[in-house]
Design a protein around this ligand. Structure first.
Ligand code: PLP
Length: 439
């Protein structure tokens, strides 16, 4: 018996022992093509020499120094790197250990900002149904994924949820993108009015919805409209790019493709690419300035803020992405993957939608393509696909699940940026066999 408190306690996990580019290898010598980066994490695959060397060098120099006593060079350099490339207005970075912590920090920064500027009544957060922002209690309360929330509802802060921008299911037949955006905008405006415009602190959204819906971008103009509504009411916009950021959709920040900036942006996963656990909250100048000019102290912290080795790893990851021009590669490979998916599953009776951006692609599984009737969520078809895929030597991420008892299941693909076309062929071929076996 394993003494590890595994997440699935009735499940047998193979033991991963080695990484080789986009492949993971288990103790039996089986090879798995990592088509999802675990959970959109491993953007450089599993054996990048430059990143490994950067980690070794940092550990040999100084592994860690607590952030309440010192700053450190990798943390300063990584912050400079990110801010030089971030959307307009963002000017400082708070480093944590992962995505949930990044969201918690963003929520607290938003709250403290309003305390510092003399608007202590602002406390409500509006987020979207069908979203995931992490599993710590504040982040879980922010997300709208009913299945993840359900057991913990009594412990969750009250948050307000509005509809996501989910064209495949929610855009009405004949409704233009502009009309759909207006419908969602008016729902948000109504909610803001109900809560009291001067009581709302922040609106939180993933630019491309990941774990809950499987790579769903918003329709054109949606985020610009959201930005405009937030500005008009003095509400902070928090964009959660934990999954879709750091190049995953073909630009370093997903917000770039929406033509907007945010007051706070959270990133994690692809930031350290799995070589070290790291996340970050990027904050706009007005938030940092308000706290600096007021109390001068952000009242929040964790032991591993700005961990030197994690920051050195993330800096190396981002330098590799840039020096090898991998964002251009993400865009090209992403188109190639989409074309192959459409060619293989475009007429598949159980694939209702194929979508995404860059190397962030989702398939929505349905019982029936025409009616879009989802599978009975309790059957967990995406879980069966994941299992069948592992048997085919392929890792894919089962997104979604039982949400609102309404939509079906999704398969998320988020492979490393270092693939070539033959890997794309292999992913689609193995995924096809897995989906067929799972039904
Ligand atoms: N936000 C988003 C959009 C995510 O997809 C996730 C994880 O999947 C998180 C936050 C939480 O990140 P972590 O699991 O690193 O705490």
């Amino acid at each position: 018996m394993s003494h590890v408190f595994h997440r699935h306690l009735k499940h047998h996990y193979p033991t991963a022992v080695a990484g080789d580019g986009p492949w993971l290898i288990d103790s039996e010598g089986r090879r798995y093509l990592d088509a999802c980066g675990g959970a959109a994490v491993s953007c450089l695959g599993h054996s990048d020499a430059e990143v490994r060397n950067a980690i070794v060098e940092q550990v040999q120099t100084m592994a860690y120094a607590h952030s309440s006593f010192f700053t450190n060079e990798p943390m300063e350099q990584l912050a400079d790197f990110l801010i030089e490339r971030a959307p307009a207005g963002l000017d400082s970075v708070y480093f944590v250990s992962g995505g949930s912590e990044a969201i918690e920090a963003a929520l607290k920064m938003a709250r403290q900002y309003f305390l510092e500027i003399g608007e202590p009544q602002r406390r409500y957060v509006i987020a979207r149904r069908q979203s995931y922002h992490g599993n710590t209690l504040g982040a879980l309360a922010t997300g709208g994924n009913a299945w993840r929330r359900k057991p913990f509802e009594p412990l969750l802060l009250e948050m307000s949820h509005v509809s996501p921008c989910y064209a495949y299911r929610d855009q009405r037949p004949g409704e233009s993108d502009a009309d759909y955006v207006e419908r969602l905008a008016s729902e948000l405006e109504t909610r803001i009015e109900q809560l009291g415009a001067d009581q709302v602190m922040a609106f939180v959204a993933e630019p491309v919805v990941g774990a809950t819906l499987g790579a769903v971008p918003a329709v054109k103009g949606y985020f610009q409209r959201i930005r405009e509504i937030c500005d008009r009411h003095g509400i902070l916009l928090i964009l959660d790019e934990v999954m879709c950021g750091m190049g995953r959709t073909g630009s370093l920040f997903a917000a770039e493709q929406e033509g907007i900036s945010a007051d706070l942006i959270t990133v994690a996963k692809g930031l350290g690419a799995g070589y070290q656990p790291i996340g970050a909250t990027l904050a706009s100048g007005r938030i940092r300035d308000a706290i600096a000019a007021g109390s001068g102290f952000f009242q929040h912290g964790h032991t591993y803020i700005g961990h030197a080795t994690a920051c050195a790893a993330a800096l190396a990851v981002q330098q590799v992405v840039e020096s090898r021009d991998l964002l251009a590669r993400v865009r090209i490979l992403g188109e190639g993957l989409q074309q192959r998916l459409v060619a293989r599953f475009g007429d598949h009776p159980h694939v209702g939608d194929i979508r995404g951006r860059g190397l962030f692609r989702g398939l929505e599984l349905v019982q029936d393509r025409d009616s879009k009737v989802p599978f009975n969520a309790a059957l967990g078809v995406n879980g069966k696909v994941k299992k069948a895929a592992m048997e085919q030597g392929l890792m894919c991420y089962p997104a979604g699940g039982t949400i609102d008892g309404r939509q079906g299941d999704h398969i998320l693909l988020a492979p490393p940026f270092i693939l070539d076309d033959s890997h794309l062929d292999e992913i689609v071929e193995r995924l096809g066999r897995a989906i067929d076996l799972a039904h």
